[in-house]
Every structure is written in structure tokens, then in C-alpha cells.
Design a protein around this ligand. Sequence first.
Ligand SMILES: NC(=O)c1ccc[n+]([C@@H]2O[C@H](COP(=O)([O-])OP(=O)(O)OC[C@H]3O[C@@H](n4cnc5c(N)ncnc54)[C@H](O)[C@@H]3O)[C@@H](O)[C@H]2O)c1
Length: 364
Amino acid sequence: MREISLPLPGRDRSYRLLIEPGLRLRLPQLLVSLNVPRRVFLITDTRVGSLYGDQMVAVLKEADYSPTLLTVPRGERAKTWPVAQRLARELLALGADRSSLCIALGGGVVGDLTGFLASIFMRGVPFIQVPTTLLAMVDASIGGKTAINLPEGKNLLGTFHQPRLVAIDPQFLRSLPASQRRNGLAEVIKHGFIQDPDLLSRLEPGTRIFRDEAELTEIIHRAAAIKAKVVAADEREGGLRRILNFGHTLGHALEQASHFRLPHGEAVAWGMLAALRLSVKITDLPPAAAARGRQLIRQTGLARRPLDLDPQIIMEALPLDKKRQEGRLVFILLRRFGEPVIQEDIPLGLINDALQEEVLGANG
Ligand SMILES: NC(=O)c1ccc[n+]([C@@H]2O[C@H](COP(=O)([O-])OP(=O)(O)OC[C@H]3O[C@@H](n4cnc5c(N)ncnc54)[C@H](O)[C@@H]3O)[C@@H](O)[C@H]2O)c1
């Protein structure tokens, strides 16, 4: 079993992130060590619930736990106040109290929603993360950020609430659709670019990594360790956490310009391609490294065909980026793989060039 220890901010305690194929079947043993009440609440979405809900309920019941499965719709529409309120009222009706444990069984949506609810229900109850998408395993389940959306935008209501445990079972990824695998791979590649060149080499087989469970476990471990390291050093996004925005500044603008039709992983992949190009120009990343990075991204099936989006709308979306600092655009670039640079004040002309040439295919 792989294990990463994560500090609880402001306290001398820590919590564990565990990774092992088949770990979902050993969840009860993990709960025993957390010393939580037998009554537990599994929160999941309709798809994950239909795939794994019965199995998880059975596994917990066999070990004398008393689980209830609560299901929310799939996708972003579950990360809303009405859904959070409905869940809270269901918990009350089911007799949940201050010590009740919520288990987030799902992707980043379920993790963010459950974490948010757990942070405010009766002023805070414990919760654990059982992530079922690659993105949630290497990113969303780590760091304690929780959120729901408002009609005005994504993640506008949120809290920091650390889980008591993150239990990662790579076998969940067997049923994950290819598009969702790619979404997660974009973040794994990002982690490689900013901190771990060896992880990049491991990703070179592209989507074939999903056929080798031991290798997949290693990749998840390495990628999760990077996110864990960065957030442990910097829980509230002051300095180091900003490097996690590699590929995201432009990525967010692309998502907005596409009215969120472009999947997040695709947008980040394009953002990373542009950042590689800018890195060659501004921070002296060797062109051969940028070419290798580009190939790696394409090998995973990401960013294959140039986007058909209006460059002006994308550029206009940039200054609205919430990662902007005091009116200046901050881009994360690379000096080399594993060596990120927080670059401020990049001329908009250079960004526009990178956008045209790399993303919109102006150079054919
Ligand atoms: N809290 C954080 O730090 C953080 C970081 C990154 C992203 N996020 C949030 O994460 C969310 C995106 O997460 P996501 O990409 O996991 O999306 P998601 O939770 O919507 O899951 C994607 C789809 O995959 C399905 N699915 C999940 N696991 C499955 C499995 N094992 N087999 C088959 N289908 C499965 C889901 O039903 C859903 O339809 C966004 O809301 C984003 O804001 C949060």
C-alpha cells in the first residue's frame, strides 16, 4: 500500500492518503482506525452510485457499519446550494449528528459538494474522500478545498475542510470513460511538468498506462504526492500553490470562451501547450524539451485539433482570470521540466502569439 501523510493545518496532527488496488473493499478496516460512529453516510452521484453503490453498502454492512447511500445528480449541477440543502435535510431526517461521518464516493464534484456540506453541517462533521475519477485522485480530493457553484460562476461558495482520510482505489478507473481519463491525465501531466520529470517519462506510453495496474498505481502516487507536497507547504494559495496553475491561466479563458463546452482537461492541455511555447521565449526552456512536452500531451489524446474559438473573446477572458494578481497577469512557465517560474507581466502580444500559433492553429 502507498501512503502519503498530509498535515492538518494549524494542528500537530496529520491525515493519511492511501493508494492500493482494491482498497474500496477494505474501507471498513480503515474506518475502524479512524474511530468513527457505525452510522455512516455515503454521498455519491447517480452514475457512481449505480456502478459501486450497492457494493460499497454491502462491504460496510458486512463489517457492522450502518451505511446510507445519498445520491445527487451527475455533473456540475450537483454542486449547488439547493442540492447541498437537500442533502443536509436528508441527513437530519436520517438522524445524523455532530459526530456522523460523510463519505464522498465519486469524482471532484461529489468530493467538493460533500466536503462543503461536511464543513457546515452542524458547524462541521468529519468526512473522508473516496475519489473515483483520476482527476479527483490526483487533485480534487487533496488539499481540503471545498466548494459549490452559484449561477454567477463556479466555486463561488466554499470552505477549507480537510478530510480525515483519502482512500484511493485505482480499480475505480476501470469503468471511467476515456474522456474523463484524459481530463485527469491533463492534471497528472501538469504535475510532472512542474515537479517530477520522471513522472513525465512514465506517461510516455500514453493511455496504455491504464492497462497496467501497478504502473497506474505508481503514477497516481507520484502525482498525488506532488499536489500533497504543494498544498502542505502552502494551504491557502499564497506562493507555492500558484505553480499548480500551470496551463490554467489560459485554460480558464479557453473554457470561458467556449462557454464551458471545452472539457477542463482539454482546456488545461491547450493552456500547457501555450505555456511551453512562452517558456521557450521567456524562460529559456530548451525547444527540444517543449517539443517533447507537446508530444506527450498529444500522445494522451489531448489537444489534438486546433480550436475554433474567437481569439479576441479568449484574450478578453484573460484579465478576468481569478488568479490575476493586482491587475497583472501571472503565468506559470518552466525553466526546465520540474523547475516552474512564476512569471508576472508577460506582454499580451506574446500571449496572443502563443494562442494563435499553438491553440488556434494559425501556423497550420
Ligand atoms: N477541491 C479541489 O481542490 C478541486 C481541484 C480540481 C477540481 N475540482 C472540482 O472537481 C470537479 C471535476 O471533477 P471530476 O473531473 O472528477 O468530475 P465529476 O465528479 O463530474 O466526474 C466526471 C464524470 O465521471 C463519472 N464517474 C466518476 N467516477 C467514475 C467511475 N469510476 N466510473 C465511471 N464513471 C465515473 C461521474 O458520474 C461524472 O459523470 C469540478 O467541479 C472542479 O471544480 C476541485
